[in-house]
Ligand binder design. Structure first.
Ligand code: PMP
Length: 286
């Protein structure tokens, strides 16, 4: 029996889980999504992800025809239908089928998709050795054109950056904003530790408000560690003691080299590993 996918209120076999070629999610990337993890049967930060989903929907004037609590239940039902307790959950809400024009008013019914799958963990080596990343020339889209706070199905900006990263032999790529400040990676937020201070770009650097980012900030503050959300330059990254990335899939992954500059002693930092241990403690508690 294959994977069961939730689509428009029904759980169907993955082969039958399809959207119309007239869906504006496909035609224009007109939609929003979330990437979520479940640990031991509990969806990690479910309310925060649902809040971000509904906020993304609001920002693009898309009404999700379901209450947030119902949405949460649908995620749990989809996990249960697939007998999953540790899972990666991909939620997608598109504008739905319309005609070939841009006009969202021609799309009366949004498509709601929930895919729950076995989590494909990053190789253990990433955590043990740390990542080598590069700064790419593709800038993070300017907030005045499209807010990076909206987790939209329009990810070409990030994909263009990812392509550059892949060409340089890196699994992640660092994007700057239009002011030349550090923004974020293609699918992860970025942090440094320098002189005992944890720093990360502020939301107004034009980044996604990562949920893992929030959790890490809270863990650090709980440990009485000074935390700064302030603009960062690549120079500050190069000379930092430690660097790491955060994301629902990656959790906390150390970075040991940026643009050929070794970070710290070239191995995952002590504070990074302590934060990762605390983070894993939280996810195992549910
Ligand atoms: N930035 C971008 C561009 C992302 O796509 C993601 C992954 N959703 C993140 C940051 C990390 O966000 P989160 O911790 O909520 O997964």
């Amino acid at each position: 029996m294959g994977l069961k996918v939730y689509i428009d209120g029904k759980l169907v076999e993955q082969e039958q889980a399809a959207v119309s070629v007239f869906d504006h999610g496909l035609l224009y990337g007109d939609g929003i999504f979330e990437g979520i993890r479940a640990y031991n049967g509990t969806i990690f930060k479910a309310d925060e992800h649902i809040k971000r989903l509904y906020n993304s929907a609001k920002a693009i004037m898309l009404r999700i025809p379901m209450e947030p609590e119902e949405f949460k239940k649908a995620m749990y039902d989809t996990m249960a239908a697939n007998n999953l307790s540790d899972a990666y959950i991909r939620v997608v809400v598109t504008r739905g089928p319309g005609d070939l024009g841009l006009d969202p008013r021609k799309c009366p019914t949004p498509s709601i998709i929930i895919i729950t799958a076995d989590i494909q963990l990053y190789p253990e080596e990433f955590y043990r050795k740390g990542l080598d990343i590069v700064t790419v020339s593709t800038r993070r889209v300017n907030s005045s054109a499209l807010s990076p706070r909206i987790k939209s199905c329009n990810y070409l900006n990030n994909i263009m950056a990812k392509l550059e990263g892949i060409r340089a032999g890196c699994v992640e790529a660092l994007m700057l904003n239009s002011r030349g400040e550090v923004a974020e990676c293609t699918g992860d937020n970025i942090f440094i530790v320098d002189g005992g201070v944890l720093s990360t770009p502020p939301l107004d650097a034009g980044i996604l408000g990562g949920i893992t980012r929030d959790v890490v900030i809270k863990i650090a503050r709980g440990e009485s560690m000074p935390v700064r959300e302030s603009p960062l330059t690549v120079y500050e990254l190069y000379v930092a003691d430690e660097c790491f990335l955060t994301g629902s899939a990656a959790e906390i992954v150390p970075v040991v080299c940026i643009d050929g500059r070794q970070i710290g002693d070239g191995t995952p930092g002590k504070t990074t590993l302590q934060l990762l241990a605390k983070f894993r403690q939280l996810t195992s508690e549910g």
